[in-house]
Design a protein around this ligand. Sequence first.
Ligand SMILES: O=C(O)CCC(=O)C(=O)O
Ligand SMILES: [Fe+2]
Length: 328
Amino acid sequence: MPHSTSSLNGDFGVVIEGVTRQDLSNPAFQREAYDLWMRHGGLLAVRGSDLADTSPEELVTWSEVFGRVEYEGMTAREDKMVPGFPILRIGNIRDEAGNLKASLARVPQLRTDDDIRYNPETRRPVWHTDSTFRKHPPIGSVFHCKIAPDEGGETLFANMRAAYTDLDDATRARLDGLEAVCSLAHHDKKINKYSPDYPILTPEQRAANPPNRVPVVLKHPVSGEPALYGLNSSTCAILPKGEAIAPEVLDHCDLEGEEHESVQILRSMLPRITGPEYTVKWAWQPGDIVSWDNRTTIHSATGYDYERYSREMWRLTLLDRAQAQAAE
Ligand SMILES: O=C(O)CCC(=O)C(=O)O
Ligand SMILES: [Fe+2]
């Protein structure tokens, strides 16, 4: 079957259909896919009738097209990984003993497409950039569907390049000078508040994970294009670039702290930048593989009926190849 390619929302997001497992390791197809990914704002889906049987090896090979696959941290979550591979299972599947075999975070289901837009009252959907609290945040992810619920469980994506470009000159100039302060302690505490069995950091872990600063407007290292960046549950304050963190602001980044009011600069923009002109709702079919770029997109999970349906996703994390080499 020949491939057919279609855009998802204007020039944001693209899907290639009629893809086979063999295509995933074909260098010409890989080049075409990488090029499409770059030209469509860092959101690419592939779909095809035999992709549900994609092996872990094939998925790793495919993921390497977009970045360096991360192997770190595998042992910490061994029971939730595909054995022997850097692949995290996400969903609600269990083994015979009833133990969860995947990482599960319950979120409300979308009632209508109007719920895609961020709601400041409920603070849902939880639109975010992944892991900005890390010294070298991941550049993206590859997400593969093994089992899809009959309804719900979609993943939402928003176009942060267009969201930035569409701002007025004064706002762009203001944001260009800012940094987001992102703290793992703040992140874990926030999750612990609604999922009390989620562990908070020990004093040693807090010392080993000081807050990280990321630009609010990130220049993509390959395309050179700017995009809004730094929205994460770990974002505890927004500061002018290079400005020292005052002790009272630092308190907001620790275990007991609410996020500092400065985060409103970003948060107040969310309803607008998650409106229909910027977003894609990806409804999963088994076999689908989506690659996203954290430097140009934000995303959010949506819920499903966790008692009634099963969902199993395989997730790989992508690191910057240049950075990985520099660190070695
Ligand atoms: O489960 C999803 O749809 C998205 C989960 C997510 O945010 C992630 O894997 O980074
Ligand atoms: Fe995420």
